[in-house]
Design a protein around this ligand. Structure first.
Ligand code: HEC
Length: 132
């Protein structure tokens, strides 16, 4: 019984750590992206528009963050001229990967459209409608 309780406590601490880790992964970005730079949610939407699949979005965004350049930028011309992508801080491969996936998971559009309490079944009329 005691061992079981301990396992639950350890599990809860681990989960808190995972959540805190996801925040930490993006806190370095927020210094700019919460004020001067375009919001990360908006940036992600632009990438989703261009590349669709999460894996492709992650690949392109990671490539940009490791070697920021105008050529790798996915932003529209106007934004490229206003903010120079060349001047974006560069990140290591692991840091870029962690931040990119933290962002993708935080802004997951499916998660936002469908609250977890709503069944994601295509059998329900709502499910069918939202898929069209
Ligand atoms: C020093 C300020 C600063 C920091 C720190 C910063 N950014 Fe940016 N970021 C910008 C600015 C300004 C732009 C808009 C110009 C551009 O597109 O590069 C931008 C654009 C981007 C883009 C779009 C790139 C493109 O042009 O396709 C992504 C993706 C991005 N940031 C992700 C991140 C992530 C993830 C972090 C943290 C790991 C981060 N940024 C940290 C200032 C910053």
């Amino acid at each position: 019984m005691v061992a079981w309780r301990r396992a639950v406590a350890v599990g809860a601490l681990w989960w808190l750590g995972v959540c805190a880790g996801a925040n930490d992964a993006l806190s370095a970005c927020q210094t700019c992206h919460a004020k001067a730079a375009p919001p990360l949610a908006l940036v992600l939407r632009r990438y989703l528009l261009l590349y669709s699949a999460k894996e492709d979005v992650a690949k392109k965004m990671k490539a940009f963050l490791m070697h920021p350049s105008k050529k790798r930028s996915a932003m529209p011309e106007g934004m490229k001229n206003r903010f120079n992508p060349q001047l974006h801080p560069a990140f290591s491969a692991p840091a870029a990967k962690t931040a990119v996936w933290a962002l993708i998971l935080r802004e997951d559009p499916i998660k936002k459209i469908m609250p977890p309490t709503v069944a994601r079944s295509s059998e329900t009329p709502e499910g069918k409608e939202s898929r069209q």
